[in-house]
Design a binder for this molecule. Sequence first.
Ligand code: NDP
Ligand code: 2IT
Length: 449
Amino acid sequence: MDTVNKDLGKFMNGLVKRNPGEVEFHQAVEEVASTLMPFINENTKYKDAQILERLTEPDRIIIFRVCWEDDNGQVRTNRGYRVQFNNSIGPYKGGLRFHPTVSLSVLKFLGFEQIFKNSLTTLPLGGAKGGANFNPKGKSDAEVMRFCQSFMTELTRHIGADIDVPAGDIGVGAREIGYLYGQFKRLNNRLTGAITGKGYDYGGSLMRPEATGYGCVYMAREALDKAGDDLAGKKCLVSGSGNVAQHATEKLLELGATVLTLSDSGGSIYDPDGIDEEKLAFVKELKNVRRERISEYCEKYPKAEFLEGKRPWGVAADLAFPCATQNEIGIVDAKELVINNCRLVCEGANMPTDNESIGYFQANGVSFVPGKAANAGGVAVSGLEMTQNSMRIQWSAEEVDAKLLSIMQNIHSKCVDYGTENGKVNYVKGANISAFKKVADTILAYGII
Ligand code: NDP
Ligand code: 2IT
């Protein structure tokens, strides 16, 4: 163990030195490296070939200026990015995030995790992430369109169906994908599946909007089943109120669980009666059509309480589904969840739980399923969208859903195979080792490139 800790310390020191100040990237790598180091030390071929060092250096990073004109005729400038992290097992694949907090560190953490997530899906997908520090909030449709067109005018030269296939993430939903893909089509005069999350009428896959949230709940069901438990009657905390949160809520309701909370960057709503189908339809209209604040839920349903500026983790419940953003569960939240007997944390978002809290959950008997396993359903159905585009057909919702379920079950089995220790499943270890092995063996096969 001493050698492992020494090697981990040395590796992390080097990584921090090479990537100064990129705290989110350091955090994501440390989570992976701490579970992989014993495995790498036992399998010296990976150590000798410096696979972890190579895997933490992106293939390339593209940074570009995005100029556009707002509705007042004022020129605005944002920064666009694409981090093409690793394409060993397939074209670069990962979402685009439009949010004021977007930075190189955030996109490197997301791109790095995407390599592992995409490997877990069993589909031929490499890892990437991109986006811009553009804030779609409060912008008109015309402003969002002009931004997307300007962004794509540069990005187009770096992407393509067999090169790099972007999709949505925070702040990039159906509207933005439409504008981005429209501009891609106009610039290239071709309709190839170079973006996923497209509308059904122009080559999208049924179930892609639902896939991340549904997949996350399928994963929770597998983890509960493994522990001899099930979803029926469970009280759940969901954070966020966007794509992932809405569809996680929808599937939880369908499977007989009760959802007590949702949130956005202004705070959380707590509905002691539970969010039923009708209330969820209100949330969808509020967030997807009117693009308003979640606090409005409490005006419509006065029995619900608005927890201003707060996350939902202080509400007593059985299961937690963080579905908003990174680092939304810190140690104070983790302790509250444990005190309230929460037994499963299943991550719909990417890296919502910090590393100290992951350790705390594991030490206190809470099943913890990391995002790279639990939210892989979204990119998996993106992979299925690419397949359908290549075949020039579109599958039924039932077919896609069945494939999604089977992919999530398969990811769960891999976590069990690689992560079981003393009769308990360490999902972080299982996901990391299983995902790493496929990519690392491929890198070895390619030689030193
Ligand atoms: P959306 O933009 O649809 O929703 C994001 C939600 O999170 C909103 O409720 C938003 O609130 C909230 N949020 C965003 N940033 C912050 C912040 N800094 N602080 C507090 N709340 C915040 O995004 P998605 O639902 O698509 O994404 C949610 C998470 O799931 C992200 O971590 C994403 O990376 C991950 N993910 C998404 C996938 C997908 O297919 N869409 C696939 C896999 C993972 P507000 O409206 O106030 O900004
Ligand atoms: O984090 C993610 O996996 C996504 N935002 C989805 C990526 C994709 O290519 O569908």
